[in-house]
Design a protein around this ligand. Structure first.
Ligand code: E4P
Length: 212
């Protein structure tokens, strides 16, 4: 499974660049940085050698295509994030035909994921955390999408998004998702276990008894 970091923060990305295979941003994450969008995306592309998702704001097809054409030349690793709407899927089709890779975002059903794949999306991003927040089954949606994609050998990669805690990350791996995009805080937590900390303290204490 590929591991992306879900942030627009340069320090977080710099710290985790040795580990991650790519970066996803969204308008809310970008807004926290209080810097011009293009500068943020250009900087991220210098930090991580992998796909960097940059989201469009327009809601009409022609607006999305125009924004995508402004963002894509920033770096060859830029992937254009397009919301899952009918207008968005028209934009995905156009951009795909022109060789611009897309990540279809705000996906909450397998039908949406199928349509995104039909239109040629490179990635589809189901938001498991937001589904779970409403009492739904986010990981169940990933399983459904996987099944649909296997029937037709769609090349679209399933990018598990809206990850809230380390268990989501593990579940994404157990189900065999292509990619998980993980917030910085969740990534840090995934390294830890109290028994690891306890084990280290005990080893170090015992080591004090070793003659030098
Ligand atoms: C995905 O690409 C999105 O940026 C992100 O995972 C959304 O997560 P949230 O539901 O925590 O905002």
């Amino acid at each position: 499974m590929k591991l992306f970091i879900d942030t627009a923060n340069g320090s977080e990305i710099r710290e985790m660049a040795w580990l991650v295979d790519g970066v996803t941003t969204n308008p809310s994450l970008v807004a926290k940085e209080k810097r011009p969008f293009r500068d943020i995306i250009a900087e991220i592309c210098t930090l991580v050698d992998g796909p960097v998702s940059a989201e469009v704001i327009g809601l009409e097809t022609d607006e999305m295509v125009a924004e995508a054409k402004e963002l894509a030349p920033i770096h060859e690793n830029v992937v254009i994030k397009i919301p899952m709407t009918e207008a968005g899927m028209k934009a995905v089709k156009i951009l795909t035909s022109e060789g611009i890779r897309t990540n279809v975002t705000l996906v909450f059903s397998a039908n949406q994921a199928m349509l995104a794949a039909k239109c040629g999306a490179a990635y589809v991003s189901p938001f498991v955390g937001r589904i779970d927040d409403m009492g739904g089954d986010g990981m169940g949606l990933i399983a459904e999408i996987q099944e649909c994609y296997q029937h037709y050998a769609f090349p679209t990669e399933i990018l598990v998004a809206s990850i809230r805690h380390p268990r989501h990350l593990l579940d994404a791996a157990l189900i065999g998702a292509d990619v998980a995009t993980v917030p910085y805080g969740v990534l840090k937590k995934a390294f830890n276990h109290p028994l690891t900390d306890l084990g280290i303290s005990r080893f170090l204490k015992d080591w004090e008894g070793v003659p030098r």
